[in-house]
Ligand binder design. Structure first.
Ligand code: FES
Ligand code: FES
Length: 273
């Protein structure tokens, strides 16, 4: 059966559906009748689920927000105020109580270094430090961080001086696309501190002995919550081991010189610059 006869359509709506239509006044504003919208939604298999979401959006958009909640999105609920430090700077945000730290950083503070990979605690791309300990920011409610100190990848370097783990990642070629790298670096910093404090892992031989010495196996295990789709793990382990051991292994690669670049271009048949 089609909805070619528009006039009959309301008669087939249940009371709930009719009420739903009344809750969608914004559609009139874009020049489309509510009844027409329902017909097209049904014909396009969008259905009442989508209509319900739209109705909720409309209702939420009309809710007054608490005073000063300028940074909260228009559909924010249970707005809470949270004051914390981010990379050494005091920040006060008014957020929907459901906002996670990752979204607070990326959407409200424009700190997009922390990456959203899975958004469900599986990949580690969103790892940041809270009071020096590594946490998954996609699983941490921002509202729980009152008075805490958050450090993201943007806050690790001191001016032009990279954090030792950042420098080691470059030295050991510990990344390819770089998407996982902010999380890997924050995780490595947190992990090294854990090891320093005597934390054990699943591959620690004797958990009764306190040792702060990490083998490559220990580093791999302790970093296993951080996934790299490029498979740059060998370089990362070498980088972390470099910082941990203080042995400062030599860099195994170098930037091409202008002479090498010119020579390669010539071999490839390009004009020299
Ligand atoms: S985005 Fe947080 S663990 Fe994947
Ligand atoms: S460097 Fe590409 S995901 Fe790790």
């Amino acid at each position: 059966m089609t909805h070619s006869d528009d006039a009959d359509f309301p008669a087939r709506l249940s009371a709930d559906e009719a009420a739903l239509l009344q809750a969608m006044p914004q559609l009139q504003g874009v020049g489309q009748a509510r009844r027409s919208f329902m017909i097209h939604s049904a014909a396009g298999s969008v259905g009442l689920f989508a209509a319900d979401l739209l109705a909720q959006e409309a209702a939420l958009a009309q809710m007054p927000l608490p005073h000063g909640a300028a940074v909260a999105p228009t559909n924010a609920q249970n707005v809470v105020k949270v004051a914390f430090q981010v990379n050494g700077t005091a920040q006060t945000l008014e957020l929907d109580s459901r906002v996670v730290l990752l979204d607070a950083l990326r959407e409200h503070l424009a700190l997009t270094g922390s990456k959203k990979g899975c958004d469900q605690g599986q990949c580690g791309a969103c790892t940041v430090l809270v009071d020096g300990q590594r946490v998954l920011s996609c699983l941490t409610l921002a509202a729980t961080l009152e008075g805490r100190e958050v450090t993201t990848i943007e806050g690790l370097a001191q001016g032009e001086q990279l954090h030792p783990v950042q420098a080691a990642f470059i030295k050991h070629d510990g990344f390819q696309c770089g998407y996982c790298t902010p999380g890997q670096i924050c995780s490595a910093i947190g992990m090294l501190d854990e090891a320093q404090r005597g934390h054990v892992s699943h591959v620690t031989g004797d958990v009764r002995k306190t040792t702060t010495r990490l083998t490559d196996e220990e580093i791999k295990e302790r970093m296993s919550g951080n996934i790299c789709r490029c498979g740059a793990y060998p370089g990362m382990v070498a980088a972390v081991q470099d910082v941990h051991s203080g042995r400062q292994a030599a860099q195994t690669w170098g930037y091409a010189t202008q002479t090498q670049i010119a020579s390669d271009r010539k071999e490839d048949g390009h004009a020299t610059i």
